[in-house]
Design a protein around this ligand. Sequence first.
Ligand code: FAD
Ligand code: 8R5
Length: 467
Amino acid sequence: MPRNDIAVVGAGLVGAMVATLLTQRGFRVSVFEKRPDPRRAGVQGGRSINLALAERGLHALRATGLAEQVLAQSVMMRGRMVHDPAGHSALQRYGADDSEVIWSVSREGLNGLMLDAAEAAGATFHFGQGLESADLDAGRLMLRSTDGTQRSIDAPVVIGADGAGSALRAQMHRHAPLGERVEELGHGYKELEIPPGSDPSAPFAIEPHALHIWPRGHYMCIALPNREGSFTVTLFLPNEGEHPSFRSIAGAGAAEAFFRADFPDALALMPTFAHDWAAHPVGMLATLYLDRWHIGGRALLIGDAAHAIVPFHGQGMNCGFEDAAELADLFAADPTDPAAVFAAFETRRKPNADAIARMALENYVEMRDKVADPVFLRKRELGALLTERCPSHYLPRYRMVTFTHLPYAYALERGQAQDTLVEQLLKGHDSVGTVDIEAAVRALQATLPPLPAEAFERGLRPALGGA
Ligand code: FAD
Ligand code: 8R5
């Protein structure tokens, strides 16, 4: 390969994104993907799997020119709809208004749009060609095709976007240890489905414009809407231990009894429950930490390959897209020195990847337990009030993560400081109503510096597009 040629391993969400952005900046990009072209092969198992797209992901999509098209295929989610055990539900808005919402998008649809865009920009794709091994000293990749044939190619500069089970990571590790650590959560997930109702003019069985949560303390169900009127439901549950756990629930019949007791309203909307339970495997959840993401200027890991996280903040793809955008910016600024680019990328992104990994773990407790807790709700209410009264100094952490481009590490740190203050302000109060708001604002301004300008540069999302 001549200079300025970059090989990308993996044509998933992050691989397609980085290929598009680098091609747009004048690099010649070849992408090698183990699986067949998903635009031809169709989804595995025919299931619709959706993802929550937020500002960081949308920002990268804007750079590719795809944002409008993606939003037009998505369903807007204004907040969390919390379903209590008695069957009541209430919406907790994510932001101030409909400019602060997240979007439920089909993984298959998004991946297809992104592959089309990367090809249109000039990137070359080789489907059905998996990375098998790599000689990083010689700058060669060994690939195996679906039909079993092997070949090797020159690739002096390679980016690994091959996901949590990255083959490039394993090859890099052989070359020089990366300091890999995998922390399993001990909880897994099972995907289920609420199909569209029979009335084609109102196909959604529950509120379409929300991310639904059934919090139950140590476990929970969630549901995200799909455009055609169905919902993808996910149960998160401990793998082992006392009932309920995946181990304690033996088979679809026992699972149905568990749902009848704990999620009766959701079960009533899932006619294919028993089939889905038996057919879908339990997914595993873990956080991946590495000490190093690159080997000189030869190989770099991005996306899940570098920092797979648990799903509870809905930021895995969003963070991977932000990786791709930052990497493309660094490459554009210094196109001839991949070693310097990779080192700068690792220095900039690693603290942020660590921060979102931690916040994602924390958000599991928030979703499954705290969203129904009065103390948590008071803190949230006072936080919202402070943002309204003093936007220069207070922005809830969830909103920094989801609706701004502030570094994740900043959101984590600022969130802790804000939280401490709100706890102090609420001391001795059973309700936000008795807190002196003027005094609280003064305390806020005296304790914390103003938020950086980036907090207010939230991408203006058009009200158009989306269902
Ligand atoms: P992947 O999407 O895993 O892509 C890796 C690609 O590399 C694949 O195409 C794979 O076939 C290919 N590959 C693997 N091995 C090789 C090889 N040896 N050679 C060549 N190619 C190879 N994130 C969010 O932001 N919001 C959400 O709501 C959300 N929901 C999720 C729901 C589910 C069910 C799951 C599983 C994840 C969810 N995530 C979400 C996380 C998100 O999917 C990932 O963070 C994101 O897909 C990472 O992209 P990636 O390109 O790094 O990896
Ligand atoms: N990933 C999400 C959020 C935060 C919602 C909130 C949470 C399913 C396997 Cl669990 C989860 C969120 O705090 O109110 N935004 O987007 C997506 C989530 O799970 C996805 C769909 C998922 C991996 C299964």
